[in-house]
Design a protein around this ligand. Structure first.
Ligand code: DP6
Length: 353
C-alpha cells in the first residue's frame, strides 16, 4: 500500500485593534493600510488542521471543515496550495532522495472549536492553520513571516494568526506583495495580564462579506482615504508604543477609536454597510459606564465585520469588566472568556502510516 504523509497543527483566532479594511490588490489581498492584532488563546478559539498527501489519494485535492466537504477550487485556496507546492518542489529539486510530496493530492481536515458561522474571524484561524499544516507536512524551513505571505493570500487577516501575542501586518509597497507580511510586535508573555471577552450578539453569518464590503468602501467612501492615509499610520505608532509600555489607557482608547473609525467608514460607504446593531451599541454604552465608574479606561471594545463585541481588559479588572458583563448576561448566554496565547504546532515531523 502507498504511504500516507501527514502533519497536524492548530492556529488561533486574532482580533485586530487597528483594523485592516481596504485592498489595493484584491487578488493578492494587499491592504491599503497596516494593521495590528492580539492573538487569542487557543483553548477558547482555534482551528485544528491535519494535512495529508499520498499517491494513493483520488486525483483532486480535498478539504473537510467540521465534517463538511468544502470547495477548494477558489482562487484563494488554490493560491495557498500552489505557493506551498512550489516551495516543496524547490526542496525536492535540490535533494532527489526526498519523496515527491508536491506531486501528490492533498487531503485537509479542519475542525473549529467555535461556531464557524458566528463571525468570529474563522477565516483567519482557518487559513493560518491550513498553511502551517501543509508547511509542516512538506517540512518547509520557512519562517512564520514567510508563511504569512502565503496565508495572506487565503484571507488577509490570516497572516496575523501565524503568531501569538501582538502582531503587526505591514501593508508593504511592492506589486507582488513580497513585503506585505506579518511580524510579532511582542509575545503574549510581555503583557500576561491582557484578557478579552467576546460577546456573541449574533451567531448568524455576516450580511456583507469583508471582501465585498472593503471593495465598496474603497470605491465610494471619502472618509476611507483619510483613515488609510492619515489616521491609521498615526495610530499604528501609538498602539505599538502603548503595547511596549503596557499602557492600557492608550491601548484601550486607540482600540475603541479605531473600531469607531472603521464602522464610520462603513456607514460612509454607498450603499452604507451596517455591522453594529442595537445590542452592539448597548455593549459600547456598558464599556463607557465601566470606564466612567473606574475614572479611567479599564475596558476597550472593538467590533469586526459583524455585531459581536470583543472587550479587552487587564486581569486585575476581571470583576469590574468581565464579571459585570457575565452577571448581566449569565455565563451561558454566548459569553466566552479568552486571553492571548501563541500558535502551537504538533506532529511537525513527517509520519508514514
Ligand atoms: C474587519 O481578512 O476576513 O476583521 O482578506 O477578504 O479575507 P479578506 O478579509 P478578512 O477581513 C478582516 C476584516 C476585519 C479587520 C481585521 O481583522 O483587521
Amino acid at each position: 500500500m502507498a504511504e500516507i504523509y501527514r502533519a497536524s497543527t492548530t492556529a488561533p483566532v486574532n482580533i485586530a485593534v487597528i483594523k485592516y479594511w481596504g485592498k489595493r490588490d484584491p487578488k493578492l489581498n494587499l491592504p491599503t493600510n497596516s494593521s495590528l492584532s492580539v492573538t487569542l488563546s487557543q483553548s477558547d478559539l482555534r482551528t485544528h488542521t491535519t494535512a495529508s498527501c499520498s499517491p494513493s489519494y483520488p486525483s483532486s485535492d480535498s478539504l473537510l471543515l467540521n465534517g463538511s466537504p468544502q470547495d477548494v477550487s477558489g482562487a484563494r485556496t488554490q493560491a495557498c496550495f500552489r505557493e506551498l507546492r512550489s516551495l516543496r518542489k524547490q526542496l525536492e529539486d535540490a535533494d532527489s532522495s526526498l519523496p515527491k510530496l508536491s506531486t501528490f493530492p492533498l487531503k485537509i481536515v479542519s475542525e473549529n472549536n467555535f461556531p464557524t458561522a458566528a463571525g468570529l474571524a474563522s477565516s483567519a484561524a482557518g487559513f493560518a492553520a491550513l498553511v502551517r499544516a501543509i508547511a509542516n507536512l512538506y517540512e518547509l524551513p520557512s519562517s512564520p513571516t514567510e508563511l504569512s505571505r502565503i496565508a495572506r493570500q487565503g484571507s488577509g487577516s490570516a497572516c496575523r494568526s501565524l503568531f501569538g501575542g501582538y502582531v503587526r501586518w505591514e501593508q508593504g509597497s511592492t506589486v507582488d506583495g513580497s513585503d506585505s507580511v506579518a511580524f510579532q510586535v511582542a509575545p503574549a508573555e510581555h503583557w500576561p495580564g491582557m484578557r478579552a471577552v467576546i460577546l456573541v450578539v449574533s451567531a448568524a453569518k455576516k450580511g456583507v462579506s469583508s471582501t465585498t464590503g472593503m471593495q465598496t468602501t474603497v470605491a465610494t467612501s471619502s472618509l476611507f482615504t483619510a483613515r488609510a492615509n492619515e489616521t491609521v499610520p498615526r495610530r499604528m505608532k501609538e498602539m505599538q508604543d502603548a503595547i511596549k509600555n503596557k499602557d492600557f489607557e492608550t491601548f484601550g482608547k486607540t482600540t475603541m477609536m479605531d473600531s469607531n473609525s472603521f464602522h464610520a467608514t462603513c456607514l460612509d460607504t454607498y450603499p452604507p454597510i451596517f455591522y453594529l446593531n442595537d445590542v452592539s451599541r448597548a455593549a459600547i454604552k456598558v464599556v463607557e459606564q465601566i470606564n466612567k465608574r473606574a475614572g479611567k479606561i479599564i475596558a476597550a471594545y472593538t467590533f469586526d465585520a459583524g455585531p459581536n463585541a470583543v472587550v479587552y481588559y487587564e486581569e486585575q479588572n476581571e470583576k469590574e469588566v468581565a464579571g459585570l458583563f457575565k452577571a448581566m448576561l449569565g455565563e451561558n448566554e454566548g459569553w466566552k472568556g479568552v486571553r492571548g496565547d501563541g500558535v502551537q504546532a504538533n506532529g511537525e515531523s513527517l509520519e508514514e502510516v
